[in-house]
Design a binder for this molecule. Structure first.
Ligand code: SF4
Length: 398
């Protein structure tokens, strides 16, 4: 698949990537179908990472002759020379993903020397979802095991394979296409998120997967295809094209605001806990509404009671070389107009130098101090601290 092909992977109305949204909120599919996709820089970066991984995996997983090897090497060189997102960070992260896939392929080969590997495969799950299909990054089939592996290049939102409808739909599509050829009993679904050092897997029997497809996916897909069902707001709204101006989401959030707390005068900690949940949800919604209103105003669509004005700006030096020259001839001390050179942050150095290379170069020089205590929902994976007085008795966080 070329870069353009990767970026243009057609999206079905009931796409696998949108499954958590249309399964939970079926009418969102038809409501948003004609709203154009706003491709972000992150999405383009992810596309580039997928393209690079496909070249590397094709080279390592498929037997090829010298002519094909040369073609792959040329493709790789061309990618490195021309892709604006390519750099040490991408090279390292994609290599980590490729290593996981190679490892799983070796496992598959150890089960059966005739293991099948498919890259960037169109997976059709229309048996359960009208016109449903998606593109699976990697599909491995060997003996009784089907494994689907998905690369998530982003690092903003951790994505787990456990209970993940997107990768389950890919697995359904793979089973639908190859189930008649192989005696598949077990389905493994793996998501690799290399920039978060995360590899998560979920396993189901074919019976469990098809039962989920029949009882959850099929009814939701039928409603979604017909534009019917109930609007239901939740975490899945994060990826919805109408997340800012959706009435159901607004109603849900306003309901939360209208909650009335009863006597006594002071809230107890249980009530504070509930308010924190609501606050998280409201902050995300408020940001979406602000961004939407700003975009509308920029397009000239008036938002009543609001106006677009010029923001504050900072003075800038128009010619830095000339400014420096002026200081030099006036004999001004350099430390009065030049910043001292200092090291970049570790994240930026990793981006420029590469994670592994940096770890080698700064071996023993990187220290990760204990993090400040933060309050997070109970569902967060980090272990709970006893109390500030216990676990942080000797730390100074001021
Ligand atoms: S914002 Fe949420 S509730 Fe509204 S249509 Fe989208 S998914 Fe459904």
């Amino acid at each position: 698949m070329t870069q353009q092909a990767h970026a243009e992977r057609a999206h079905a109305l009931l796409s696998a990537s949108g499954a958590s949204r249309w399964i939970n909120c079926p009418p969102s599919a038809r409501l948003t179908e004609h709203i154009p996709e706003n491709r972000s820089e992150y999405a383009n970066e992810g596309t580039a990472a997928h393209e690079l991984s496909e070249i590397l995996l094709s080279r390592s997983l498929y037997p090829c002759n010298s002519k094909e090897r040369k073609r792959m090497a040329d493709l790789l060189e061309q990618f490195k020379a021309t892709n604006p997102y390519y750099g040490p960070e991408m090279e390292n992260a994609v290599q980590d993903y490729v290593d996981v896939v190679n490892e799983r392929f070796m496992e598959a080969k150890s089960r059966s020397s005739a293991a099948l590997v498919l890259l960037e495969e169109r997976l059709d799950y229309s048996e359960w979802v009208p016109d449903g299909y998606g593109t699976g990054d990697v599909v491995l089939i060997s003996d009784v095991v089907l494994e689907v592996i998905d690369l998530k290049y982003g690092k903003g939102v951790p994505v787990s394979a456990v209970g993940n409808p997107q990768i389950r739909l890919y697995a359904l599509g793979a089973w639908s296409a190859y189930g008649y050829l192989y005696d598949i009993q077990e389905v493994r679904m793996t998501i690799v998120q290399p920039r978060l050092d995360s590899v998560s897997s979920d396993t189901m029997s074919i019976e469990e997967l098809t039962e989920w497809a029949e009882s959850v996916v099929k009814p939701a897909a039928t409603l979604a295809d017909a534009g019917e069902g109930e609007f239901k707001a939740g975490d899945h709204c994060r990826w919805c094209k109408v997340k800012a101006n959706c009435r159901a989401r607004a109603d849900e959030n306003m309901k939360a605001l209208a909650h009335e707390f009863k006597d006594p005068a002071l809230l107890d900690n249980e009530e504070i806990g509930s308010i924190l949940y609501i606050t998280e949800q409201l902050k995300a919604w408020a940001k979406d509404v602000e961004d939407y209103a700003f975009e509308q105003a920029k397009k000239g669509n008036k938002i009543p009671q609001w106006k677009l004005v010029e923001g504050r700006s900072n003075r800038v030096i128009t010619d830095k070389a000339a400014a420096r020259f002026s200081f030099e001839i006036a004999d001004v001390d350099m430390d009065k107009y030049l910043k001292p050179q200092e090291l970049l942050g570790i994240g930026d150095m990793e981006k420029n130098i590469g994670k592994k290379e940096l770890a080698k170069l700064l071996d023993g020089l990187i220290f990760k101090p204990q993090g400040k205590p933060v309050l997070v929902p109970e569902t967060d994976k980090r272990p709970e601290l006893n109390s500030i007085d216990g676990d942080f008795a000797d730390e100074d966080f001021t």
